[in-house]
Design a protein around this ligand. Structure first.
Ligand SMILES: [Zn+2]
Length: 113
C-alpha cells in the first residue's frame, strides 16, 4: 500500500516544518489529491490515523481536497476535462491529450499551535 509511505512523508514534512517554526502542535493539514493520481483518499485517511500517533500531528485534522483532472488536447488546442489518466479528449475523441492537472499529491497548507 503506497499510501502508507506517502503519508509517512507528509507527516515527516509537516512535523519538520512545525519544528522549524517553533510550533508545539499541528492543528490541521490540508492535502491536494488529484483524481487521476493513484491515491485512494480513504486509504490515505486510514494510514494517517496510524502514522500520526506519537507525533506532534497526533491531534491534527486532515482535510483532503480532490483536484479535478485536466489535459491539453493537441488537436483542439484547448484545455479539456480528463476523467482518466490516458483518457480521450471529450470534445474530439482524440488521444493526443497531455495531462496537466489531477495527478498531484501535495501539502496545500497547515495550521500550527
Ligand atoms: Zn480534442
Amino acid at each position: 500500500m503506497h499510501e502508507m509511505s506517502l503519508m509517512e512523508s507528509v507527516i515527516a514534512i509537516v512535523c519538520e516544518t512545525a519544528r522549524v517554526n517553533g510550533a508545539s502542535a499541528i492543528k490541521s493539514i490540508r492535502l491536494d489529491v488529484g483524481v487521476l493520481s493513484h491515491v485512494n483518499p480513504d486509504s490515505l485517511l486510514f494510514c494517517y490515523e496510524a502514522v500520526r500517533r506519537g507525533t506532534i500531528a497526533e491531534y491534527a485534522a486532515l482535510e483532503i481536497n480532490r483536484i479535478a483532472g485536466e489535459g491539453w488536447c493537441l488537436d483542439c488546442g484547448e484545455t479539456v476535462t480528463l476523467d482518466e489518466r490516458f483518457g480521450a479528449c471529450p470534445d474530439c475523441g482524440g488521444h493526443r491529450v497531455q495531462m496537466t492537472a489531477g495527478d498531484e499529491l501535495k501539502i496545500k497548507d497547515m495550521e500550527v499551535i
